[in-house]
Design a protein around this ligand. Structure first.
Ligand SMILES: C[S@@+](CC[C@H](N)C(=O)[O-])C[C@H]1O[C@@H](n2cnc3c(N)ncnc32)[C@H](O)[C@@H]1O
Length: 425
């Protein structure tokens, strides 16, 4: 604050300040929340012109005093930074400005859905800045971080500026002004915030969102593998042992398009006992797309999908570990071409770019897959037929098929094909 005051004074301004060594939520924001009382009229009107914050980030329990103050904002597992944003939103006067550096996690996902609805009823987003290289910018911060500038309504902003800089040098930031509806996507009621970092990302988002059906409308379902290792120790086997055992598949067995099994490792069991007690944890061997739920940060792709095609050579059951999701059809078995087509889409650079615009998280969860749009199933199967006919499932060749079958314009194709030169790790 001293340095701020000095800088302002160098430029002919003056600034006075007062530091409140108090709890921002309990001693500051609390007076602006909660039901009317003798001491506080409702609604309490904000009075501040601006808030600039770098709030703390950590999860808080629903029973904590802060969470009780912020009852109307709490949904799922709360994080203290959302309380700081909510507190500032409530304390600003109409038109007052808020600039905050926070994790990106509030932008999508179910945990923050209630918060987003609450927040964006009061606050209009003006600018989002994201950092392409998180290592240089926030060495100690694991999460992707954002700077957002917004103002208390007032009236909503028609547009949002989205900028991205490579590391700390924000003078070289790429910048685009987009209609608010393109950034805050409320099409399925989640108010998800998309951050298309470039013109190409905007084009990718437009392509994906122009597809006609959401995932469940095609009859598709996605579930998480039922085997939680530490709860299933009675059934874990280091090796398969004839008919009474099923292959146990985990993240490291799932490679683009194929399943590598068994992967012998002294710590990981490779098979699962088939018995009456273990039946509830087994799946019948059918045609599935298997998706890794987690990717490592250094991996090029968010999604890795493999094809499980049932055949007589396979045992009748498989065991899937819960770091995997599997895709199936609600009413019938998926056709092999559909399995290959879905895997080709999930493994494509096109969807990878899309997921990066909708989420900063390395994890792609089932909810995000369920709410995504897809081309019609016959188109997906057409992709699958061509892909499964390839002599080798080379990344570039697959991408080319996906882009051609979807009729993506040549300019965007060229951009996305460049991206595939960095293949899966
Ligand atoms: C990410 S640091 C930012 C520090 C400083 N504002 C900056 O930008 O360098 C978050 C700060 O919030 C403080 N903090 C944590 N909980 C708080 C609370 N309930 N009320 C006020 N400050 C809090 C922490 O002590 C920490 O200094």
């Amino acid at each position: 604050m001293k340095r701020c005051a000095e800088k302002l004074s160098e430029h002919g301004h003056s600034m006075t300040y007062e530091i409140h060594a108090k709890d921002f939520i309990l001693d500051g924001a609390a007076a602006f929340f909660g039901p009317p009382s003798l001491f506080n009229d409702w609604p309490v009107l904000g009075e501040f012109d601006g808030a600039i914050m770098n709030p703390p980030y950590f999860k808080v329990s629903k029973a904590s005093p802060c969470a009780r103050v912020m009852e109307e904002v709490v949904h799922g597992q709360p994080n203290i930074y959302a309380f700081f944003l909510a507190g500032a939103a409530q304390m600003l006067r109409p038109g007052g400005q808020l600039v905050a550096i926070t994790p990106r996690s509030f932008c999508n996902g179910l945990y923050f859905r209630g918060f987003r609805h609450w927040f964006f009823e009061k606050i209009a987003l003006d600018h989002i800045h994201s950092f392409e290289s998180r290592t240089e910018t926030f060495r100690d911060v694991l999460q992707e971080s954002l700077v957002t500038a917004s103002h208390r309504l007032g009236k909503p902003s028609a547009n949002v500026t989205v900028s991205t800089s490579n590391g700390l040098n924000i003078n070289t930031a790429k910048c685009a002004t987009l209609p608010t509806a393109m950034v805050i996507d409320n099409s399925c009621g989640h108010a998800n915030i998309r951050i298309p970092a470039s013109r190409e990302d905007q084009a990718v988002a437009e392509v994906v969102e122009s597809w006609p059906h959401r995932f469940p409308e095609l009859g598709l379902r996605i579930s998480t593998g039922p085997v939680v290792m530490f709860r299933a120790t009675d059934f874990l086997l280091s090796q398969a042992n004839g008919k009474g055992t099923a292959p146990l598949l985990s993240v490291f067995n799932v490679k683009p398009f194929r399943i590598e099994w068994p992967v012998i490792h002294k710590k990981h069991p490779t098979a699962f006992k088939i018995c009456r007690d273990s039946q509830r944890l087994l799946l019948p061997t059918r045609n599935y797309v298997l998706l890794r739920r987690f990717s490592a940060k250094e991996e090029r792709r968010r999604l890795t999908a493999s094809c499980l095609i049932a055949s007589e050579a396979l045992p009748p059951f498989i065991a899937l570990e819960n770091h995997l999701n599997y895709v199936y059809h609600a009413e019938r078995e998926l056709k092999p071409d559909e399995v290959y087509g879905l895997a080709a889409l999930f493994n494509s650079n096109l969807l990878d770019r899309y997921f990066r615009t909708i989420s900063g998280n390395t994890q792609v969860n089932a909810t995000e897959i369920r709410s995504m749009k897809l081309p019609p199933l016959p188109t997906v199967a057409g992709i699958g037929q061509k892909v499964s006919g390839l002599a080798s499932l080379d990344c570039n060749a697959v991408e080319l098929i996906v882009l051609r079958e979807l009729g993506i314009n040549p300019q965007l194709c060229a951009h996305l094909l460049e991206g595939t030169l960095f293949s899966h790790t």
